[in-house]
Design a protein around this ligand. Sequence first.
Ligand SMILES: [Zn+2]
Ligand SMILES: [Zn+2]
Length: 1005
Amino acid sequence: MILHSTEEVERARANVKRFGWARALADAAVAASRPFVERTDDELWALVTGQQVPRGIHVNPEKGCPSCGRRVYEEHGNYPWILDFNKPFKIECPSCQEIWPKNDFSAWHNSGLGPGGVFDPEHADRSLLFNEEHPNPDNPLHGYAVDDGRGWVDEDGQRWWFIAFFGHYGTWTELPKAVTALSQAWLYTGDRCYAHKGLVLLDRIADVYPDMDLRPWSDMVLYNSHGGTGEGRLQGCIWETFISEGLSRAADILLDAVDGDTALAEFLRSKAQQWEMANDKASAERIRDNIRDGLLRQFIGSVRDFRIRGNEGMTQTAMAAAAAVLDDPKETPAALDWLYEPGARRVGGGHIPATLIGEVDRDGVGSEASPSYSFLWMNLFRRCAAVLERCQQHRNFDLHRDFPRLRRMYAAPHRLTALDMYSPRIGDTGRAGDPGLISVDLETTIDVFERFGETWAAQLAFRLNGDSVEGLHTSIFAVEPEAVQARIASVVKREGPLNLPSANLNGYGLAMFRHGEGDERRAAWRYYGRNTGHGHRDRLNYGLYYRGMDLLPEMGYPEYADGMWPKRAGWTINTISHNTVVVNQRAQDNSWVGRCRLFAAVEGASVVEVGCAEVYPEASDYRRTLAKVDVSASESYLVDVFRVVGGDHHVLSFHSGDGTVTIEGLELQPQKEGTYAGTEISFGEHYDGEPDGRYCGSGFSYLRNVERRTRPSPGWSVDWELADTWNVKQGTDDVHLRYHGLSPAGEVSLAYGEPPNNKPGNPKQLRFLLQQNKGQNLRSTFVGVVEPYSGQQRTLQSVQRLPLTVDSAAAVRIQTTHGRTDIVLSSDNTDMDIELGDGVSAAARFVWVGRERDGTTEILLLGGSHVRLPEGELKLSQSAYHGVIRDFAQDEVGATWLDVEAELPTDGRLHGAQLRVLGTSPRDTCYKIEGVSATGAELLRLDLGDTTLVRGFVDNQDYDAGVLYDVAPGDSIEILSLVHCRVRHGHCEVLQANIDSIWSPAGAS
Ligand SMILES: [Zn+2]
Ligand SMILES: [Zn+2]
């Protein structure tokens, strides 16, 4: 064994006897093995089918079931068919219980066994191809639903792939799992019967594997997971990475069990004779050769010929596992070298350096936008690193040593979470508003804690385990697996439990506002990262969690995430289905990340502003400011200001969850026919672009049952009384979301749009609110307030937009139900005084002023020079700090710092402040300051904490050409001023500030 030492196997077997959780692992492997142990060797051997039995993931993706149609998808998801290994080549419809196909495929298959004992339809008996329910040839249904392997073609010319579905999900999903279970059952129990059955299957798979090739089936338009390439072997080249990795790992365990199994040797030798096989299986070594030649060498070859090639991390791990287990003095080092060789996802070598320095952003997130896909990289490279640790005799590769960003990858998943129950459903992820953490799990977390001793990992493990260390353990192979409990307990005792603050992950492009404690926690996020790949055209979209619910659900994972599915491009990933602005009736252009102009989070209020006009080149401004302000310990509201300049058509799309919608101040006219695209345009019609997945038009035809109103007076509102779609609501009170429309709009409409309809639990449809402006060289400033509340008690009593004399600024005045009056201002100018009524004025990029009835006033000012109240004035010494970068940390490893020429306080006031570098990097360059100190050379050193300034290689095909940086000497820097204070009885108490300020009571001068 290569991947486990003899001592480890002994420890695992001992731990199974010592610990319940270890026994449970063994029991699970034994239980999964049972159906296969109960079969004779002959029966097992016959389960393995050859190339002529097809593999495909759909019976018919458009039509569903021949009997009940698409209902099967709507009720049971993408891959609904029921399989049973005891009913070979039959699949059952879970909706109508029909069994398909209608012929006895087994009889036909067995009549055609030819050379090597493998099915060849040329030699099979065609008289066996008939509907078993209607054996009489005169019966009109005699040929109904008969599948000879190439699918049944009905009278409309529709092809139904019953056997291919079984081949994929029955044979080639179940058998690799069976081999894995059998190998583990043997590993954990030492009972040879599992190894014996595992080897019968593994050896037989090795017999047929060299001829397995998906290409001919892809050419017949059978769907599989190959990213459109059509390549693969048992399955599409993407999932083949998992199959091959699993079989390599099982082979590692089982190869050791060939010696001494005389029954196995006898059985395989007789089969080889019977079917005249090239490998006569005449010795243990010949059997091992069969597994090495038929599997391990095939896997290595197919990673190189692209028939095994998945997302980043999948291919590399598949290669590493096959190479490690092959353990050949020449072939293994050559295969391991491939891992580091330059390439890209679909060409050349495994390019691990280019991936882990560059494709993974500085927050440790892979570049697929969607958390599901991006975090997969982390899990995979973790496995790859573990395999490479076992190959040190061949190559001294150590991913943790060579690529420190891998360590940051482990932390990324939990840094995105909210309420300990949500990872944002960005891109192709999850369902419409469903809860769940992505890639946040105990096993990884404990492994990271053991390896690096990270504080967050101890705290997270404690939290994931229900705020306890009870039952926590490391690997089953460890000497004292439960000793970790005391170590985690002591970290939590010293550092406290996990308490994630608001954060701006500028490398990934996500700002997360976390407010409140315990059950009163609520959170909002703004995503501004990659909108490509498995991402959606969703730049500047946002989310909101309240009372345990997702109030602004994403569409989530599309019906199918392939590049051709029309509704994915038309609707699910299109800009219009997201809470953002569509310019000129088309999807956003691709972009890596937006530009964060400001971010701050203090106790009780948070704000972020991001601009990214590049997603619509005709726009000179496309920028959104989102603030979250607390009203009480349990309630907050959002203020949203979206500025768009340029183009001639703007639509701000907004939707909440499923529920009952009440409208106030808007009289809507139903549109009798058609869709939001027009009365003539029917649902889903790609009237303005390609009919398929290449579409990048408006997507307006996916909004139906339209009601419209031209030029309503601002001040209307739409209230969603939300259904608890995912059964997660805290408490018994109803949960509402109220949107206050405060902008003049050319037209306001309501319409229905639908989340993917083959994901069980997804709401059937959601109500969309659309604000539209038209005109030449258009300038829109969409201002809205989002008010979540529960029960009968509203949070806000009145909401109005303040009339301002300055076009580029927007302000709202809000009265909360308990009597506070808030003014929120978003302005483009740090120094221009803006009158806000009630004797209040301010000059700042962002201001929140909250005036209680008793006269207490709380102020948050960001990037400004003053706030004036009737009772006095708060004056800041300057609106921002500026400086110039002179030097910076160039290493990917170690501390990250900037040396700047600037006048900055070194007393800790800038600790936690956001620094913005105004340079030329295509990535956004905002960093959190963790320390400021003098270098002794008239410069100041800014400590940026755990991040990196390396962007990636100059040339991914030539690592020697060096790396690129996100910053350069000479770049200027900006730190916006921030003051959070409370004015009471003529005094001003500064709660938090990064700059000097003076409070002057009125009349005191
Ligand atoms: Zn059916
Ligand atoms: Zn989306």
